[in-house]
Design a protein around this ligand. Structure first.
Ligand code: AMP
Length: 293
């Protein structure tokens, strides 16, 4: 495994692999890696000849009062984990390698999806994400790029820009990795005090309960508000401060008032000053049709 910090060297290395007909997988990350990130890397090493893992804490996706400066970083530990996972390259550029002083280009998806949920709570966040992902795609020119379903809205947005900008890249969505008590793994979990950490298990508990209630329901339709209420009280009861709880159509992220089929529940919650996100998808089976047989 080789660590690279410049675009020039990255391009030279990858050009040779492409000439030899090797496929390239990209796993974009902000580092401080955990088993969730590593599961993406392992998927890439299984499916691609070469795996590039980028480690870049992207300033443009952080708001002015967010945690860019304090975001956890540990490149040495990341490299050790990536070596074991079988990554070929760690691409860890400095900020001025990715953004030049007179950089005037940004990539923005003009669609309501960028302005709701995390886009509403973190204005400009997804513009930063789409800009850096586009830059990484142009630098690496991968055959496949791996993203976690943990950031479901981000994954949907990245799929859209890939289609819109005609990148010849397959976007692969990977399942959410969780701690033993269900908490979705996140680099930000280190911010939690031990009591906050314990309390935060309420997020996954609440959405798993909601999914079980929906997917095993005998009804033809369920009011989203009723499900949201249950999640709300479980999380608030644990001391979490809710940013949003939404139930949307997984295809377009539009709110759904009545759950009749496929759904995606998305939650953002603060424990102390730490904002955590999680989600779960499922399907309400059409019971009345089954019963007609
Ligand atoms: P980040 O470093 O937080 O930007 O995450 C890099 C990639 O890892 C993103 O595609 C995330 O969705 C993904 N990821 C983060 N946490 C998890 C997790 N718990 N399970 C699966 N993928 C994750």
């Amino acid at each position: 495994m080789k660590t690279i910090t410049t675009i020039k060297e990255l391009r030279e290395e990858l050009k040779n692999h492409r000439k030899e007909g090797r496929t390239i997988g990209l796993v974009p990350t902000m580092g401080f890696l955990h088993s969730g990130h590593i599961s993406l890397v392992e998927r890439s090493t299984q499916e691609c000849d070469i795996t590039v893992v980028s480690i870049f804490v992207n300033p443009t996706q952080f708001g002015p009062n967010e945690d860019f400066d304090s975001y956890p970083r540990d490149l040495e530990s990341d490299k050790r984990q990536l070596e074991i996972a079988g990554a070929s390259y760690v691409f860890a550029p400095a900020v001025d390698e990715v953004y030049s002083q007179n950089d005037g280009t940004a990539i923005r998806l003009e669609d309501p999806i960028t302005r709701k949920l995390c886009g509403a709570s973190r204005p400009g966040h997804f513009d930063g994400v789409t800009t850096v992902v586009s830059k990484l795609f142009n630098m690496v020119m991968p055959d496949r790029a791996y993203f976690g379903k943990k950031d479901a809205q981000q994954l949907a947005i990245v799929k859209r820009i890939t289609d819109d900008l005609k990148y010849d890249i397959e976007i692969v969505g990977c399942e959410i990795k969780r701690e033993q008590d269900g908490l979705a793994m996140s680099s930000r979990n280190v911010y939690l005090s031990s009591s906050e950490r314990q309390a935060a298990a309420a997020i996954s508990r609440a959405i798993f309960k909601a999914k079980a209630a929906i997917d095993t329901s005998q009804r033809d339709e369920i009011l989203s508000a009723h499900i949201i209420e249950g999640i709300h009280s479980e999380i608030e009861g644990s001391g979490g401060r809710i940013d949003y709880i939404k139930i949307v159509d997984p295809d377009n992220f539009e709110d759904i008032k009545l759950i009749k089929g496929g759904y995606l529940i998305l939650v953002a919650t603060f424990y102390g000053r730490t904002r955590l996100i999680d989600n779960i998808s499922g399907k309400l089976a059409a019971k009345s049709q089954e019963n007609q047989c």
